[in-house]
Design a binder for this molecule. Sequence first.
Ligand code: FDA
Length: 308
Amino acid sequence: MVTAMNRTRGLVLGLTGHPWVSRTVTRYGMRLGARRFVAGERLDEAMTAIAGLNRVGIRGTLDYLGESVQDAPQAEAACETYCSLVEEIARRGLDTNVSLKASQLGLDLDPKLALELVGRVVETAGRHGNFVRIDMEDSHHTQATLDLFRALRERHENVGIVIQAYLRRSAGDMRDLAAMGASVRLCKGAYLEPPEVAFPDKKDVDASFEELMRAYMASGNHLAVATHDDRMIAAAKRFADELRVPRDRFEFQMLYGIRPRAQRELAADGYRMRVYVPYGTEWYPYFSRRLAERPANILFVLANLFRR
Ligand code: FDA
């Protein structure tokens, strides 16, 4: 069964996957609108974005964009970039941790290589009292990413994981993570998945998000509630009050460029607020997922096409 949510996501990701579209958007993309969602192609642009957020009481999580590398030297290079990024954050005294994709550090090539490289980033972050969040990719990566996380978490405290509420398996995964005392970022899930793997209906994804959020808050572990959805945000506040969850045991997270006013309001209301700030030249897949989440964003891109 193809639902409206999956049909739209499939159409947009199909379109953005077309080689001509990909070439054209990559060429003109920053002007077309990627700049709204991506802090820039250079590190200093990302650092400026983080400093701006910090000034209004918002923390950051920096993502050096990139996915599924082709060979070990590329994975090593991504690892080096992340290690210098962590050093630079400390040097500038910014309030931001980092988020990374395991496939960018070699997970598809060799899980042992990814364990070594992500481990190196986590160790470097640990030396500076910082934290590394491992993003969750499409469902082909779920088990390998969780295995990688478990192996790292046995050695380090300063690493967290992401769970996607649309996956049917997530309730079981979150129970295991709660038993490990893991810090989890809960999001709805951004990839196109078959209905056997992920709930195809938005209402089921939302119901799953609420259930998982409540159970994880009740478990006493740290939860990052990653959503722009007012209903999920209201539910998080309600659960936190009911369960008497201290404000430092959960935080809200949103993406750079999406609902900035809501981000500032949550921070001003005394909630912990963290914004995911991506930067780098490999922004196209990330940008495509933002368009697929909200087709109105395509109109925004088209409008920019005609703006001088
Ligand atoms: P929903 O899609 O229902 O949107 C609610 C409202 O938010 C919309 O009505 C609109 O106002 C606004 N909105 C949402 N998306 C928008 C967009 N693209 N442009 C403009 N407005 C938009 N996914 C994943 O699979 N793995 C991961 O590791 C992560 N990591 C991650 C980190 C953080 C900090 C966030 C906030 C999100 C992720 N995601 C993710 C993405 C997540 O899975 C999901 O696709 C998006 O957050 C959109 O879902 P919402 O919960 O915002 O709700």
